[in-house]
Write a protein that binds this ligand. Structure first.
Ligand code: NIG
Ligand code: FE
Length: 412
């Protein structure tokens, strides 16, 4: 805390995409200014409303004409800690094999499990850091990272510890999700119940005790776990006071969406096969729909999630990379936003909301970040853009000018 009563920093002559309800698309403020102090936004609004001369208001003042400021992007669904990669499966799929066939033949998630189990904590960190850095370089300031390539206690723990270390090393906010029910490890073939018990009764409580778990996730799918198994995990999570989210209805409809909504879940993710009943349950519970167009694209899926129904029922939509070695080796959230527009027909404004305010909700962080409002954490992305839809329009490239996390400049 500084004793100087002035703000720490003030940006002038910028456009602001506040994402607040000010009657304008994106909650936009042109000719805006944004100032912060002690890591929190103190002012975000029109320059004309600044209550004094800039240097009287802030210790550091910068003018950035032509730049747009958005809330720092939030990638609310990644599996970016893993060993190895699966480019070979990419080739197999191009030759005609399906994701499910590869998984059933002992590849897929289980092949990343082998590589992840073989990697030490430092080695996992070394392999995973560049992926996190790539996300940061495209405007991300908060990211979620799941476990799920260990499927035994030591490696699950190692993954979650690496996720925490990524946050410390890069000065970025990381939320962890425990995904012990991601795939049945081969050594438990024919003993599903024993594995589910290990996850629910041993792994989850001990990892939660070590404060490595911010939320609990599962893969509810034919090649993953049943609704009943998921329920068992969610009952345990609830008893430990942990929020839940779910990979639901990606390849088939097992009713996962309604299930996770029934637990007041933070989010249901993927959702290509979600029924109207699932959408209604999400609306009622306030569960966020996390759209993952990277996996849809990489698997050459043809059935988009029910976007129109989400809109009609007022379900908030988030957009995330799903960064993982199998179905979504996607290293840019901005690219996921563009895909959500082109493949799912989101508007660029919906896509930006999906990667900020709604992504914050999907992580339970909406009171703290995701909009440019006084009191919110000073997590900002500053972009070289003329018009905000350019965020989704350019495919690749480098539009980020700088980013700030809790009022500190992010060093890339
Ligand atoms: O979100 N669907 C399950 N999990 C990941 C895929 C993980 C993998 O194939 O390694 C997903 O798409
Ligand atoms: Fe995923």
């Amino acid at each position: 805390m500084s004793t100087d009563p002035r703000w720490d920093h003030l940006l002038l002559d910028v456009g602001l995409a506040t994402l607040l309800d000010n009657g304008k698309p994106y909650g936009a403020v042109e000719h805006g200014a944004i100032g912060w102090r002690d890591g929190r936004i103190a002012f975000a609004g029109p320059m004309a409303e600044l209550a004094g001369e800039p240097h009287a208001l802030a210790r550091h003042v910068e003018s950035l004409p032509g730049a747009w400021v958005t809330p720092g992007l939030i990638d609310c669904h990644t599996h970016l800690v893993f060993g190895g990669e699966r480019a070979q499966e990419f080739e197999q799929r191009l030759e005609g094999a399906s994701y499910e066939e590869i998984a059933r033949a002992g590849g897929g998630i289980v092949s990343s499990v082998r590589a992840t189990r073989a990697a030490s904590e430092d080695e996992l960190l070394r392999q995973s850091l560049p992926r996190a850095k790539a996300l940061l370089a495209d405007g991300v300031t908060t990211l979620e990272i799941k476990s799920g390539y260990g499927l035994e206690p030591d490696t699950e723990r190692r993954m979650l510890r690496v996720a925490r270390r990524i946050g410390e090393e890069l000065g970025v906010a990381v939320r962890t999700s425990f995904l012990g029910l991601h795939a049945l490890p081969p050594e438990y073939a024919g003993r599903r119940d024993e594995y589910v018990a290990l996850v629910c009764d041993i792994m989850l409580p001990s990892l939660a005790e070590e404060e490595l778990v911010d939320a609990v996730d599962a893969f509810c799918e034919g090649i993953g776990f049943t609704a009943e198994e998921t329920r068992r995990l969610f009952d345990k999570a609830t008893s430990l006071g942990l929020p839940v989210k779910l990979h639901a209805e990606q390849l088939s409809d097992l009713g996962g969406t309604a299930l996770v909504a029934g637990y007041g879940g933070l989010s249901a993710d993927h959702l290509e096969w979600t029924s109207d009943e699932g959408v209604r349950a999400m609306a009622e519970a306030g569960t966020v729909a996390v759209l993952l167009p990277g996996a849809y694209y990489a698997l050459r899926d043809t059935r988009p999630p029910p976007i129109e129904a989400f809109r009609r029922h007022g379900v908030d939509m988030a957009v995330a990379t799903d960064l993982n070695p199998g179905t979504s080796p996607l290293l840019s959230l901005r690219m996921a936003m563009g895909m959500a527009c082109t493949l799912f027909r989101l508007t660029p404004e919906e896509a930006l909301r999906g990667a900020t305010v709604n992504a914050a909700r999907a992580l339970g962080l909406e009171d703290d970040r995701g909009t440019l409002a006084a009191g919110k954490r000073a997590d900002l992305a500053v972009w070289n853009l003329r018009h905000l839809p350019e965020l989704c329009y350019w495919i690749g490239g480098n539009l980020l000018r700088e980013s700030w996390l809790g009022g500190e400049r992010v060093v890339l």
